[in-house]
Design a protein around this ligand. Structure first.
Ligand SMILES: *[C@@H]1O[C@H](CO)[C@@H](O)[C@H](O)[C@H]1NC(C)=O
Ligand SMILES: *[C@@H]1O[C@H](CO)[C@@H](O)[C@H](O)[C@H]1NC(C)=O
Ligand SMILES: *[C@@H]1O[C@H](CO)[C@@H](O)[C@H](O)[C@H]1NC(C)=O
Ligand SMILES: *[C@@H]1O[C@H](CO)[C@@H](O)[C@H](O)[C@H]1NC(C)=O
Ligand SMILES: *[C@@H]1O[C@H](CO)[C@@H](O)[C@H](O)[C@H]1NC(C)=O
Ligand SMILES: *[C@@H]1O[C@H](CO)[C@@H](O)[C@H](O)[C@H]1NC(C)=O
Length: 372
């Protein structure tokens, strides 16, 4: 469905983009080179630094010393913004450092993880962060299936649960619960949590990230085997095949085939995706902060893998699951009430339209700025 022109559009932009990137990198590099001495030795070189080509950078560096809370045109991480007014993008020189730039670089730790630590003993003797991450959005009523799912994942996984129903301590009946991170926020959807609690810098240490629903039949699934297969085939975004004898499907392309290990597909659904950390870092940025249902993301996952997308995305046939239910968010019953399934579905569908419109207009803005 219209996917060919999308891939074409992407190729075109990739060709144009590097020019912008290289140009700004050169400017940043030059200005940093000039202003760095100011930063480390402000009292020795108070005003004499900078030159006509980079006075902004130097002035802002000095500004840091005299007026630390002045307005800034940089991001939280200190990188300069490319400001856009919709018709043009212009380079904004680096402003005063705001965050980690105030520190000596060797003390800066950019990444974290979701592995629990103990409060005693030597830090280096704590159990190490696991290689992979499993994240499940759960309600207590699905505990039997969630327990079965967790048991298909080895000790090589750290585990995080997003609780949408307020039940957290109840899960302590499962021995694995005390090793899990429990995030509780009433009535939210998977992509709401993912945006807020899976920032790429937090999950950067996990080679693969499983972001799964709770209603998957996992009798025929083994996570370690699955990872062996996706590694072997270089799949950056993947999902297990769907067994339609025991469960339901939405698209034929995601149905399990019984004569292959995997089949490539440039489409992977949102209910059981598996990402490399690099792909996740891209997908996280694509999640809109206000669009909680995430509809439309799966149609755009291909943007987050190497080209050609068809070769780096796929469905693992040899490790498959059954999808038990379809759309279950919202309360069944009176359709006119807030929170009813009908009204939830309507919002999800509206969000799909909004996401597509934003993606379109982002494309247009990018194309215009690249060609001007
Ligand atoms: C500033 O830029 C101009 C033109 O790009 C160049 O000729 C000049 O040498 C530069 N000045 C300094 C101090 O780098
Ligand atoms: C920062 O800039 C904005 C817009 O230019 C302005 O409205 C705001 O007052 C400024 N804040 C400070 C602290 O100077
Ligand atoms: C956007 O910026 C360009 C150049 O900086 C300017 O010519 C144009 O009028 C601006 N457009 C709007 C809508 O502000
Ligand atoms: C959780 O699942 C495991 C493996 O299927 C099973 O052995 C165990 O009894 C379950 N735990 C509970 C509390 O149901
Ligand atoms: C594989 O699937 C095909 C149809 O999709 C079916 O006819 C065949 O019996 C299946 N083979 C096995 C071994 O399950
Ligand atoms: C659904 O809720 C509305 C508003 O509260 C009420 O007027 C209506 O009678 C309810 N319908 C049913 C079938 O319960």
């Amino acid at each position: 469905m219209g996917r060919h022109w999308q891939v074409g559009g992407r190729l075109r932009m990739k060709k144009l983009n590097p020019i912008l990137t290289v140009l700004s990198a050169a400017v940043i590099g030059f200005c940093i080179g000039v202003s760095f001495p100011v930063q480390i030795a402000p009292k020795v070189f108070p005003l004499s630094f900078g030159n006509e080509n980079c006075t902004m950078g130097a002035r802002n560096m000095l500004g840091r010393i005299s007026a630390p809370f002045r307005n800034s045109t940089s991001n939280v991480d200190g990188s300069p913004l490319l400001q856009s007014n919709g018709t043009s993008k212009k380079f904004v020189p680096p402003a005063k450092p705001k965050g980690k730039e105030r520190l000596p670089p060797n003390i800066v730790v950019q990444e974290s993880d979701l592995h629990l630590r103990r409060l005693w003993g030597q830090p280096h003797e704590d159990t190490p962060t696991r290689k992979y991450l499993l994240v499940l959005t759960v309600g207590y009523s699905e505990k039997v299936n969630v327990n079965a799912t967790v048991h298909k994942f080895s000790d090589n996984f750290d585990l995080m649960l997003f609780h949408y129903d307020g039940h957290t301590t109840e899960w302590d009946e499962f021995e694995w619960s005390e090793q899990a991170v429990h995030v509780s926020a009433m009535g939210q959807a998977k992509w709401w949590y993912a945006k807020r609690f899976m920032h790429p810098s937090i999950v950067a240490q996990y080679e693969y990230i499983f972001l799964w629903d709770q209603d998957l039949g996992v009798e025929t699934f083994d996570a370690e085997e699955y990872i062996k297969i996706v590694k072997k085939h270089g799949l950056e975004i993947s999902q297990p095949g769907l067994d339609i004898i025991r469960g339901v499907k939405t698209y034929d392309i995601n149905v399990r085939r019984n004569d292959t290990e995997i089949h490539n597909s440039n489409f992977v659904e949102v209910m059981a995706p598996v990402f490399t950390k690099e792909a996740w870092s891209c997908v996280w940025h694509m999640i809109q902060n206000d669009l909680v249902h995430g509809w439309g993301l799966d149609w755009n996952f291909w943007r987050c893998v190497d080209e050609p997308a068809e070769e780096h995305m796929g469905v693992v046939d040899a490790q498959y699951v059954a999808h038990h239910a379809g759309f279950t968010l919202g309360n069944p019953g009176n359709d006119t009430l807030d929170g009813s399934r009908t009204r939830v579905r309507r919002r999800a569908s509206d969000e799909f339209g909004m996401f597509n419109a934003r993606m379109d207009s982002a494309h247009k803005a990018q194309a215009e700025s690249s060609s001007s």
